[in-house]
Design a protein around this ligand. Structure first.
Ligand SMILES: Nc1nc2c(c(=O)[nH]1)N[C@H]1C(S)=C(S)[C@@H](COP(=O)(O)O)O[C@H]1N2
Ligand SMILES: [Mo]
Length: 422
């Protein structure tokens, strides 16, 4: 046996053992890449010194990962209305890296100078106040992990399946650790006048996006946030300060927060009348719905993560979230909802945060399957089928769609976005 043949033979043995392919009933893993860098050889990157720390004072991801991106050229790449989607199929765990957090800007991303930044609190208060960024950072802080979802997430799919992947059906969803001052502390400093029951929060960007917020929410868990995943909030997420309203629709999480006005009734801004309302079959519109309803989606397999050439063991994995509380249970079906099995929830299972679920599955080559997940939260809310949701809401709205998603696994392992009869 030549040296090369022996190396190839032992390498095959190692790969088989490592991948456990035989145990899972699948094919041996095909050799890929440069064998010179693979066991039992010493890889080339271990044979010389790499760059030192000073060459990259602020880290970047591996150059082999740059295809994982939120920017999608065919979406709306103009400054009046721009949007990017989180590549959910490439996410691990529950935290969205800040550089992959989805974006939704109605007036572009302003370049806010933190020295000039001010937050004004006025209206029905005893003492109108203006806070600098330093003022906010002096106050006691909290850090909380919460999802942020645009109420238009999945909005293209009311009448039927359209989008070719989970990044487009559900990618206006991200989950971060947010740090800042509880809004109730700021309101206590300003002093609420009798009768105060609503707030208006307004952004400092060119859109002047403004939303009415019930005072009860502000006094509960709202955060005036300057931190995102351990560092300053990113410019695209509202630098230096954004409003965090756990569980409430993303549109209300005002970025580049400029002022909070206290009042005794909602303002009926264009953002809560013209948009973010749902036209019902009766002709009436649902308005001020606030809470993101219980939802979930399988992020692997999915159209971007097909099973081609991978029969055998498959870990079905996905995300579940609810604006009403913590996720209690996620059921998974591989036959379009005829049979359900309960998935494992991976800790941490947090209030109004994304929760990772997973369940093992054995996919036979040539098998057709309809993968679905159905989430239930601690309040007892159950994720509806698309038929049930359409039955109540009709198809005129583009908002607040939390229906069960179906992925069709074709016999060749391709995965397709479909809607089926319940
Ligand atoms: N000032 C301001 N706040 C804003 C917006 C905006 O355009 N301007 N977009 C809103 C919408 S529609 C959503 S869904 C979320 C998106 O937050 P993100 O860009 O951090 O993902 O911010 C909300 N807050
Ligand atoms: Mo949004």
């Amino acid at each position: 046996m030549s040296e090369t043949t022996r190396q190839a033979a032992s390498r095959r043995g190692l790969l088989l053992a490592a991948a456990g392919a035989a145990a899972a009933g699948g094919r041996p893993v095909a050799a890929a890449g440069n064998p010179e860098n693979q066991p039992p050889n010493l890889p080339e990157w271990g044979r010389s010194l790499g760059p030192g720390v000073i060459e990259e004072p602020y880290g970047t991801r591996s150059r082999h990962e740059t295809a994982v991106r939120r920017y999608v050229p065919w979406l709306t790449p103009d400054r009046i209305s721009s949007v990017s989607f989180t590549p959910l199929h490439e996410m691990h765990g529950i935290i969205t890296p800040s550089g992959l957090h989805f974006e939704r800007h109605h007036g572009g991303v302003p370049d806010v100078d933190p020295e000039d930044y001010r937050l004004m609190i006025h209206g029905m208060v005893e003492r109108p106040l203006v806070f600098t960024l330093a003022d906010l950072k002096r106050l006691p802080a909290v850090s909380r992990i919460h999802f942020l979802e645009c109420p238009a997430n999945g909005g293209m799919e009311w009448r039927g399946s359209q989008m070719s992947g989970v990044q487009f059906t559900h990618g206006m969803l991200s989950c971060s650790e947010w740090t800042g001052v509880p809004l109730k502390l700021l309101l206590a400093q300003a002093g609420l006048r009798p009768g105060a029951s609503w707030l208006l929060a307004e952004g400092g960007d060119a859109s002047h996006l403004a939303r009415s917020i019930p005072l009860a929410k502000a006094l509960d868990d709202a955060i005036v946030a300057y931190g995102q995943n351990g560092e300053a909030v990113r410019p695209q997420q509202g630098y230096p300060v954004r409003l965090v309203l756990p569980g409430y629709e993303g549109n209300m999480w005002i970025k580049w927060l400029r002022r909070i006005e206290v009042g005794d009734r909602p303002w009926f801004t264009r953002w809560e009348t013209r948009t973010y309302t749902d036209l019902l079959p009766s002709g009436l519109a649902r308005q001020f719905t606030f809470v993101n309803e219980v939802n979930s989606v399988i992020t692997s397999p999915c159209p971007e993560k097909p099973l081609n050439g991978r029969p055998g063991f498959v870990e079905i994995s996905g995300l579940a979230w609810s604006g009403a509380g913590a996720i209690r249970r996620v059921d998974v079906s591989v036959d379009g909802g005829d049979n359900w099995r309960t998935a494992t929830l991976q800790p941490p299972v947090l209030d109004k945060a994304c929760t990772r679920f997973s369940i093992p599955w054995e996919w036979r080559e040539g098998q057709r399957a309809f993968l679905q997940s159905r989430a239930i939260d601690e309040t007892g809310r159950v994720q509806p089928s698309i038929q049930a949701l359409r039955g109540v809401r009709g198809v005129e709205s583009i908002y607040h769609r939390n229906a069960i998603q179906t992925w069709l696994v074709e016999p060749d392992g391709t995965v397709v976005n479909v809607q089926i009869d319940a």
